[in-house]
Design a protein around this ligand. Structure first.
Ligand SMILES: Nc1nc2c(c(=O)[nH]1)N[C@H]1C(S)=C(S)[C@@H](COP(=O)(O)OP(=O)(O)OC[C@H]3O[C@@H](n4cnc5c(=O)[nH]c(N)nc54)[C@H](O)[C@@H]3O)O[C@H]1N2
Ligand SMILES: Nc1nc2c(c(=O)[nH]1)N[C@H]1C(S)=C(S)[C@@H](COP(=O)(O)OP(=O)(O)OC[C@H]3O[C@@H](n4cnc5c(=O)[nH]c(N)nc54)[C@H](O)[C@@H]3O)O[C@H]1N2
Ligand code: SF4
Ligand SMILES: [Mo]
Length: 761
């Protein structure tokens, strides 16, 4: 067995530092995993999922050769040269006939890998691709819109330090999604001076640690939050002096919430008015309050309105810019890009917004909503997409209405998947390019969003690349070259500068980027091919990070200096530190003192009104659920919940999961008994979008009237003998892409009307 080697877990977006021991032939297997105590954030913490990372690294689904689809739908192995040349020729032809904007892009990174996307940006720049989407544009774009409209920035909630913490539609005991989740839950539960509030229809595992659990009716969070804010406003507990100094629109907001019938809204949300009053009082009197939401509301009815109300709750009560509240983090790359918006009208509504050409779907944070992708393709418009490049994402599995997306991809003139495994998406594409895994190449994510200090973890490879695979940097470089973008000798000056040393290179590189728009479109490619070869052995694919460090140090010199990187060579010193810190390193130290300076509006004030959402707030008065059950579909199906053994599509082998309940369709025992469905029975689950066979497990934590299936199940997987292994419900065979938020287009997976029947024996 090998020495312990530092890397990170890629099974959720926390990316805990881990140490692995390798074994097996050529030391290609991850045999043991433990938490890395030297990691600046996770400090040795891991959850149950990390223990069996080898299911990701060494699955039978791994790709080992480029593949090309034949006419009959089967695949044939082709060489890298052939695959790259043919893809480049096809994309070039589409660019020439229809324009680069008819080539769409989806993905660019998943839970553990964002470097590939950085290199992908050169291919996109060279081709003139304008429309990009990824998993964030089916969950977090609503939140980004709200953040951007209110703050012009995407803040971070300092839950670790807050006196009162609220989790809204978030179950960190299972989903983590925060640093050292289970340690945090144990600590806050023990501390009598702190309060944990959980808003979740299900008595989630996280709710077990809560002081207050509001078991809101599914899909009625908007009424619950409006009632809490209404109570705070009506009880006159607002910090008026702070609001007048730091915010605009407060009078309008107060007028709106003064009119809210708190008790009526509370009851409509399935709660007692006293529960709402108690939560309102706790938040209003807390010295610090931090609230964190996740897809339990971001994929539920009224998702964008709920994100707005959740932000309003913190901002109206003055919980911003102090330790334990909301802060604006400093990141190497903003994972959740600020959503630029133009002029607002007199009702604080946007006058215009960038849209997709055919469906006119709104584009937020420079990403199109995945829910519109199939619709955008399946029509006769001249402006429809003609090709797609999908990288490190499995949209046929992860976007709503899988069958429609399958048809859409098949109808394109060219489709390319870059993945480590044969996925549901790859199967539909014309070409499949095999990437090395995250343990076989340098990797990093842009997820870390901490405050005041923030860190970055650039991970060296720990396993040799599987023969036949390439890192994305090389794949994209070959594509750029096959597209004939740069003429021979065009980059000679940069090659020479790189040979002369990093300081010379820096000056020549910046002049080239500023002076040559052609280079600007392919920055990561240029760095990889010119700086890359001069970096120490095996480190060429980190060249783009050197570029990121330069921009970062120029944007935030004072914060980077506080982390110990000063002077003209600060950025290169930071880059070298990252190269030499296999457990990650602190890259910047920000401060609360200049919080309001960083609210980028001319008056540096928080804007409390979002006109579009004000209108939707008024509609709550009608007390009509946005989505409801019916006689035909009497249940609310949660189409994708996080459980002990789910990790999106990262692990395809179902034998990873321990325990029967891991993949089962869950139902409340009262509902099951009423329908005579025994625990463990086989049932048919039916929605407007489709039907599926499933095994039932009772879950008395569920809100009666709801059903739940885990996410990331039902992927096609064959064992060593070629026999398919059963793995639960493919949730997106049951969802519909038009079941979506009206502002942003994100899916409402948490409330899919459904029915359940005992299957024929
Ligand atoms: N184990 C595991 N962890 C993961 C992942 C994984 O696949 N597996 N994926 C990662 C990713 S990509 C993400 S985005 C996060 C998501 O993390 P979470 O959002 O925390 O996970 P979910 O289980 O999808 O949903 C959270 C909670 O929402 C509740 N919920 C359902 N409907 C409603 C509703 O109408 N209102 C409210 N208030 N709550 C509701 C559910 O009961 C559930 O407890 O998890 C990350 N972590
Ligand atoms: N119905 C329903 N749908 C959902 C959800 C739900 O709860 N319900 N959850 C949604 C959420 S929150 C999210 S975030 C999305 C996630 O959906 P996706 O964005 O599709 O992410 P993953 O499913 O994890 O897919 C990552 C892909 O990257 C590949 N991969 C892994 N490592 C590498 C690498 O190093 N290089 C390359 N090129 N590829 C690699 C994996 O094999 C996998 O195919 O799913 C969403 N879909
Ligand atoms: S919390 Fe997330 S990153 Fe950390 S060990 Fe668990 S799955 Fe991996
Ligand atoms: Mo996600």
């Amino acid at each position: 067995m090998s020495e312990w080697k530092q890397t990170a877990c890629n099974l959720c977006y926390v990316n805990c530092g881990v140490e692995v021991q390798l074994g097996g032939e050529g030391e290609r297997e991850i045999v043991k995993v433990r938490g890395d105590k030297a990691h600046p954030k996770s400090q040795g913490y891991i959850c149950n999922k990390a223990a069996r990372l080898d299911f990701y690294q060494n699955s039978a689904a791994r790709l080992q050769h480029p593949l090309r689809r034949r006419q009959d739908g089967s695949f044939e192995q082709v060489s890298w040269e052939t695959a790259i040349a043919e893809i480049a020729a096809k994309l070039q032809a589409i660019k020439e006939h229809h324009g680069g904007e008819r080539i769409f892009y989806y993905g660019g990174g998943s839970q553990g890998n964002h470097l590939g996307g950085a290199y992908g940006s050169s291919t996109l720049g060279v081709l003139g691709v304008k429309y990009k989407g990824n998993a964030l544009s089916q969950e977090k774009t609503g939140l980004a819109w709200v953040f951007s409209r209110m703050l012009g920035a995407c803040p971070h909630a300092e839950i670790e330090k807050a006196q009162t913490v609220m989790f809204l539609g978030k179950n960190p005991f299972m989903s983590n999604g925060m640093n050292q989740a289970r340690n945090f839950l144990r600590a806050i539960a023990k501390d009598a001076s702190r309060t944990l509030i959980v808003i979740d229809p299900r008595r989630s595992e996280t709710a077990d640690y809560a002081d207050i659990h509001l078991a809101v009716k599914p899909g009625r969070d908007a009424w619950c939050l409006a009632a809490i804010i209404g109570r705070i406003v009506q009880a006159e507990t607002l910090p008026l002096a702070w609001l007048s100094e730091h915010t605009s629109g407060c009078e309008k907001v107060m007028a709106k919430f003064n009119a809210i019938p708190v008790a009526q809204y509370a009851r409509f949300a399935g709660l007692e008015p006293e529960q709402v009053n108690e939560v309102a009082a706790v938040i209003a009197r807390s010295t610090s309050f931090a609230t964190e939401e996740d897809i339990g509301v971001q994929m539920a009815p009224h998702s964008t309105l709920v994100s707005y109300l959740n932000m309003l709750l913190s901002l109206l009560t003055g919980h911003f810019g102090r330790p334990g509240t909301l802060a604006i983090p400093v990141q190497l790359v903003d994972i959740l890009p600020v959503d630029r918006f133009g002029e607002l009208d007199e009702n604080d509504k946007e006058v215009s917004r960038r849209q997709l050409p055919v469906t006119k779907a709104p584009i937020h944070s420079n990403m199109y909503p995945g829910n519109y992708l199939a619709e955008e393709i399946l029509n006769d418009s001249d402006e429809r997409p003609r090709a797609i490049v999908i990288e490190s994402s499995n949209p046929v599995h992860s976007l709503a209405q899988a069958d429609k997306l399958r048809r859409a991809i098949r109808s394109l003139e060219c489709s390319v998947a870059i993945d480590i495994a044969m996925t549901e998406t790859a199967r539909e594409c014309d070409y499949i390019l095999p990437a090395s895994t995250q343990y076989e190449k340098w990797e990093a994510t842009y997820f870390p969003r901490n405050f005041p200090e923030n860190y970055f973890h650039l991970r060296p490879p720990v396993i040799a690349p599987l023969p036949g695979t390439l890192p994305e940097a090389e794949i994209h470089a070959r594509l750029v070259e096959a597209l004939g973008y740069f003429a021979d000798g065009e980059l000679d000056e940069l090659h020479e500068a790189a040979a002369a040393g990093i300081e010379t290179y820096r000056d020549v590189f910046f002049n080239a980027v500023m002076g040559n728009p052609k280079i600007k479109k392919a920055i990561s490619y240029v760095l990889y091919r010119t700086l890359g070869p001069t970096l120490p052995e095996g480190k060429a694919t980190t060249a783009a990070v050197w570029g990121l460090c330069q921009v970062f140090a120029m944007t935030y010199p004072e914060y980077v200096a506080k982390a110990g990187f000063t002077g003209p060579a600060a950025a290169t010193a930071l880059f070298n530190t990252l190269l030499d810190s296999p457990s990650g390193a602190v890259i910047a130290v920000a401060s609360h003192a200049d919080t309001f300076k960083r609210v980028p509006f001319p008056d540096h004030k928080i804007r409390l009104v979002i006109g579009e959402l004000f209108e939707e707030l008024d509609e709550l008065q009608r007390l009509r659920p946005l989505v409801d059950t019916s006689t035909e579909y009497p249940f609310a199906l949660v189409a994708g919940s996080r459980r002990a053994y789910t990790a999106n599509c990262a692990i395809r082998d179902p034998r990873w999961a321990k325990g029967k309940a891991a993949t089962a369709l869950t139902i409340h025992p009262d509902d099951a008994q009423r329908l005579n469905i025994p625990d463990g029975a086989r049932v048919t689950l039916k929605t407007k979008g489709g039907q599926a066979e499933a095994r039932v497990a009772y879950d008395e934590r569920l809100h009666p009237g709801t059903l739940s299936v885990p996410n990331g199940q039902g992927m096609h997987f064959e064992d060593e003998a070629g026999k398919p292994v059963d793995s639960g419900v493919y949730a997106n065979e049951l969802t519909s892409s038009d079941h979506r938020d009206k502002f942003i287009g994100t899916p409402l997976h948490k409330f899919v009307p459904a029915n359940i029947y005992i299957s024929e024996a």
